[in-house]
Design a protein around this ligand. Sequence first.
Ligand SMILES: [Zn+2]
Length: 212
Amino acid sequence: MPKQKEDGKHGESPEKQHFELERLPELVRKFSREKIEDYAVPDAGQNIILPPLIYNPTKDFVRARDESRGVMLASTVESGGKQYWLVEYMQMLGQGNSVSVFPSPAKRNALIAMLGENEKDMKVIEYHSHTVSTGDVWFDQFSSGDYKTIQGMLNVNPDYIHALFTPTHVLTLAHQETTLKLARSSNEANALSRKKFLKWQGLFNGFLQQSQ
Ligand SMILES: [Zn+2]
């Protein structure tokens, strides 16, 4: 938990933290896809769990020419002092080149409207991709532009989490150590994750139609 500032003399709320740009690289965790697919990523205090239905497409969209960005919605489970976020839905919000990937306003509005009505205990995790055309030097690191954007988000919300998908790695950047793991699949688990995914997709498309 963030430490409390002396007495709020400077008009800051007690929870507010300032994340220094130079220190953000210390908060990055990176996982090779091999390790993820071998179920070899050990638990940390915070763990994002992707069912195969959601993980597998991340191997495809990094082969696209354009980079993409979007959000993952996860339900939360706490166990043994650790936080697990099981991702139920992934929605791309925008595509572009490495200089600018802007979200589509209609999709962003639909997401905001949907979360307004269905947020409850869902954790929102933002992501973006570095693709084969971004260049392999970017397969295991964030860019300086990424750090700036994420710094801004963390300073507003210290619980903010960002995930980066690349052809060879998945990286997380969060205040607390955060892993990304692949859920072991079974017919039953796959059927359940498909059902949840379709529920969110139906909701999202409904809101998208209204916001267009
Ligand atoms: Zn980036």
